[in-house]
Design a binder for this molecule. Structure first.
Ligand code: UDX
Length: 434
């Protein structure tokens, strides 16, 4: 039987959650305080770029299963399950700022008049569900349960990850709430993937531990890559040699110019800070944070050395601005660190990205130039720097690039090309760990 759902917060996670839950027949009302965004969504506009989301969005709005409102009251009256998909931004000290989550919890407490399950989908520190419970309980006149249900979806694959999750983690100490969550997620795990039920604190920590582990895995490979350069080994070979051991696994072993995005940087720092609060030093995470910061600009010394430390007046073409392909998200994108370093050293930058240029222009304005195409970017540029592995950059017209570039030099932060082939084509080619 379909269920009535409210999703509070229509950011990345909220919007994908709401749309995908509507897709399996539930009636979903999405609530946000941003009136102009709600208006745009009512008119069928998806406010983020995410493959396949537009199709589901359109279909479910038309079917009357997905609607939008700025009224929290309306959302709360509608939903028997209330998802909190609110931002938990990084505080100055690295901890997660809970003001939005607890603010809404306070409102919920004042407003609910019948049993509700409040589901925390935001990434929140251990103990938050207890705080949410206490906040609601201050005023609540009806019964309620709070469960923790961390979200593991990846940008660019969000719809697929939500519709076919490898696992669903539910932290719940109420049988009534657990039964409702199992019913809600049943259609998503027909393939046999598990819904893992645990206590709330373990569920909250699972999300931080998973993201911090993946960030550590990437960072470990970045360290190996940097070492490969010193000893003349090839990180691509090492990666394959390691990754075929199923205990290690092939995924998330790709070295590059550091991890970015809205989750890894924030979550690693937040777990590190939570540890400190308990007098527990996550030494491994201190190292990960440090190494990743340096990794983002690991190409800069290579560029400087190629140009004999003279970057003043050099025009650098830059391909890829988003923190990874298939998204317009530029949060913590290594490209921004590289641009900053290049500008500080007196170079100018002309950039191209298939989706993220508008976002960068909003942030950087005319500090850099924006090219109409990947080939326009390299026209009369002194060098090409690649920051994101968008598919269209994988097999470019190298002759065209050679014609356009003043120096035949490419600095590749994503190891897109074969080192030998680049040499044969006459490029000076610098990549990571090879
Ligand atoms: C991540 C988690 O994967 C997801 O489970 C969680 O819910 C949110 O955070 P996302 O940030 O969308 O998802 O991107 P992901 O594909 O995981 O990549 C994160 C960063 O790691 C990117 O900057 C990417 O370039 C980098 N990365 C990833 C590497 O440098 N090497 C790799 O091998 C994999």
């Amino acid at each position: 039987m379909n269920m009535k759902i409210a999703v509070i917060g229509t950011g990345y996670v909220g919007l994908v959650t709401g749309t995908c839950l509507a897709e399996t027949g539930n009636e979903v009302v999405c609530v946000d305080i941003d009136a102009s965004k709600i208006e745009r969504m009512k008119n069928g506009e998806v406010p983020i770029y995410e493959p396949h989301l537009d199709v589901l969005f359109d279909r479910n709005i038309k079917a009357g299963r997905l609607s939008f409102t700025t009224s929290l009251d309306e959302g709360l009256a509608h939903g028997e399950i209330i998802f909190l998909a609110l931002p938990t931004p990084e505080d100055e000290d690295g901890s997660a700022d809970l003001q939005y989550v607890l603010g809404v919890a306070d409102e919920i407490g004042k407003k609910i008049t019948s049993y509700k399950v409040i589901v925390d989908k935001s990434t929140v520190p251990v103990g938050t569900s207890d705080k949410v419970k206490a906040t609601i309980a201050k005023h609540a006149k009806s019964e309620f349960d709070v469960v923790s249900n961390p979200e593991f979806l990846r940008e660019g694959f969000a719809v697929d990850d939500f519709m076919k999750p490898e696992r669903i983690v539910v932290g719940s100490s109420s049988d009534r709430a657990t039964a409702l969550m199992k019913r809600l997620y049943g259609p998503f795990v027909r393939s046999g993937n598990p819904i893992i039920i645990m206590d709330e604190r373990s569920a909250e920590l699972t999300k931080y531990a998973a993201n911090s582990f993946l960030a550590t895995k990437i960072t470990f490979m970045n360290e190996i890559a940097n070492y490969c350069e010193l000893v003349g080994a090839d990180v691509d070979k090492v990666r394959i040699g390691m990754g075929t051991d199923s205990r290690i696994g092939k995924r998330f072993l790709f070295p590059g110019i550091g991890y970015g995005g809205s989750c890894f940087p924030k979550d690693v720092k937040a777990l590190h800070k939570s540890g400190k609060d308990e007098n527990h030093e996550f030494k491994i995470l201190s190292a990960v944070i440090d190494i990743n910061k340096n990794q983002k600009t690991v190409l800069i010394p290579k560029i400087e050395s190629y140009f004999n430390n003279q970057l003043t007046g050099k025009k650098i073409a830059l391909w890829g601005l988003s923190f990874k392909p298939e998204t317009d998200d530029i949060r913590e994108a290594p490209a921004l660190d590289i641009i900053d370093a290049l500008l500080k050293k007196g170079a100018s930058v002309i950039a191209f990205d298939p989706e993220a240029m508008t976002n960068v222009e909003r942030k950087l304005g005319n500090q850099i130039e924006y090219a109409a195409s990947m080939y326009k970017a390299v026209e009369n540029a002194d060098a090409l720097v690649i920051c994101t592995e968008w598919s269209i950059f994988r097999t470019p017209d190298f002759e065209k690039i050679k014609e356009h570039l003043t120096n035949k030099v490419i600095f590749d932060g994503r190891n897109l090309y074969e080192v030998n082939e680049m040499k044969e084509m006459g490029f000076n080619y610098f990549s990571i760990g090879r």
